[in-house]
Ligand binder design. Structure first.
Ligand code: ZN
Ligand code: ZN
Length: 179
């Protein structure tokens, strides 16, 4: 979504648009395959202008589908981000200088009268995707011994290893009493 700065009306404007998974995936580096999929991304924002400075405030929302980091079943989680950006035309200085000052996340320069919202939307969404998604906060995960999904069924691995430890301890006691 590109905005022409001189077309922003006096009283500002509201924008609503959607982006799809294909669009998002094009931004992701091909060398880093993702294990998640996004639903459509809904973006709503308000664009205002004061002379040459542009203010954009809005939100982007979608849902992410990714394997739960504990039990590996598909987790579906809402992703929502609110953002606020200020844009201005680049100052009358050499480019190397103003690139440094544009490191602020909420501030950017625009060139040739155009603001491209796409990289901003991508950045906002990618920051909200959990590194270790969970199907539920209380997910019990997989049993490290037998691999069973402990949210669905129980197993006896835990008690078995406890019994084994207890048996070993008893054995030790018996032996030490004999001595
Ligand atoms: Zn889980
Ligand atoms: Zn088990």
């Amino acid at each position: 979504m590109k905005i022409s700065v001189n077309k922003i009306p006096e009283g500002g404007m509201n924008l609503r648009f959607e982006k799809d998974w294909e669009w998002f995936r094009n931004f992701l580096s091909e060398t880093e395959p993702s294990d998640f999929v996004l639903d459509r991304i809904a973006v709503a924002c308000t664009v205002r202008r004061m002379k040459e400075t542009v203010f954009i405030e809005g939100s982007a929302a979608t849902t992410v589908e990714a394997p739960c980091s504990r039990c590996l079943t598909t987790a579906i989680l809402p992703v929502r981000s609110s953002f606020k950006y200020t844009f201005s035309p680049p100052p009358d200085r050499p480019q190397e200088e103003w690139e440094l000052s544009a490191e602020d996340l909420d501030f950017a320069y625009y060139e040739e009268d155009t603001i491209d919202l796409d990289p901003l939307i991508f950045e906002q969404i990618i920051l909200q995707i959990p590194i270790k998604p969970l199907c539920t906060e209380t997910c019990k995960g997989l049993c490290p011994h037998c691999g069973i999904n402990m949210n669905v069924a129980g197993c006896r691995c835990e008690t078995k290893s406890f019994d084994e430890r207890l048996a070993a301890l008893k054995q030790f006691k018996v032996q030490s009493e004999k001595q």
